[in-house]
Ligand binder design. Structure first.
Ligand code: AMP
Length: 249
């Protein structure tokens, strides 16, 4: 809790323009490192929307839209949904006016093609804005353990971990008392495939971004509040560096 207050304090110390305009933030990291939880927290702290491609896809699967039916099988196998589908989803979401001062992309981009598409998008729609890249790193053994115990509320999407962050009542969401579920792609077999896909497709992205701009590396194995605080400090420093021109464009 103290760390969360420190994070809020750090945000309050930002200049007004940084605080009101955190800009585009990309959250990268292997499945299970806690991107969703951190994206939710950062979105609330900076008052910007979180855009999770995985969540949008799961909503489509649950409501059996044409897009959902197409994505369902791929997601269950741990693979990546075709770029065209996700880039279209992201384009549609970024058109909403709540993204003007910034947004957090959780789970996008997932490969170099998507990153190049995003560069182009930021160029044409957001005056060539440089996004902040937050890379959450964690040891693969710890990831396996986390994912196996992950449970999600299908109603409000709150994520729990029955080992590290259990709900007050076993199997029930603290917020709405709904029965918690395990994601169909959170089994050990599917996770192993998702990690293989991450290594092959997404990890090279970190180098891609290192070559283009600064990458804020976060130790995601720490407690959640420390991770939150580190992300806030990283974003604050990044925006100041951009503001005073000390970051290469
Ligand atoms: P996530 O909730 O981010 O772990 O995503 C769950 C699943 O949705 C992934 O394993 C992919 O099948 C699919 N997915 C999410 N985001 C993307 C993306 N940017 N590109 C392709 N597939 C994605």
């Amino acid at each position: 809790m103290d760390k969360l207050l420190e994070s809020i304090d750090l945000i309050l110390q930002c200049t007004t323009s940084q605080r009101n305009n955190p800009g585009a933030v990309l959250l990268l990291g292997a499945p299970g490192v806690g991107k969703g939880t951190q994206a939710d927290l950062q979105a609330r702290l900076w008052d910007i929307p979180k855009i999770s491609t995985g969540e949008i896809l799961r909503t489509n699967v649950a409501s059996r839209t044409a897009l959902g039916l197409q994505a369902d099988r791929i997601m269950k196998s741990g693979g990546l949904v075709p770029d065209q589908i996700v880039t279209e989803m992201v384009t549609n979401r970024l058109e909403f006016s709540d993204t003007v001062t910034g947004f957090i992309l959780d789970g996008f981009p997932r490969n170099i093609r998507q990153a190049q598409w995003l560069d182009q998008y930021l160029c044409t729609h957001r005056k060539g804005e440089i996004p902040a890249i937050v890379y959450m790193c964690m040891d693969y053994g710890q990831i396996l353990q986390r994912v196996a115990y992950r449970r999600v509320c299908p109603l409000c999407k709150t994520v729990y971990n029955t080992l590290f962050m259990p709900p007050k009542q076993i199997g029930r969401c603290d917020k709405d008392n709904h029965e918690l579920e395990q994601r169909s792609d959170d089994t050990v077999e599917v996770l192993e495939e998702r990690l293989r896909v991450f290594r092959r497709e997404t990890e090279p992205l970190v180098q891609y971004y290192r070559d283009h701009s600064n990458v804020i590396e976060i130790d995601a194995g720490q407690s959640s509040s420390l991770v939150t605080k580190d992300i806030v400090s990283g974003l604050t420093e990044f925006r100041s560096a951009l503001g005073n021109g000390s970051l290469n464009k």
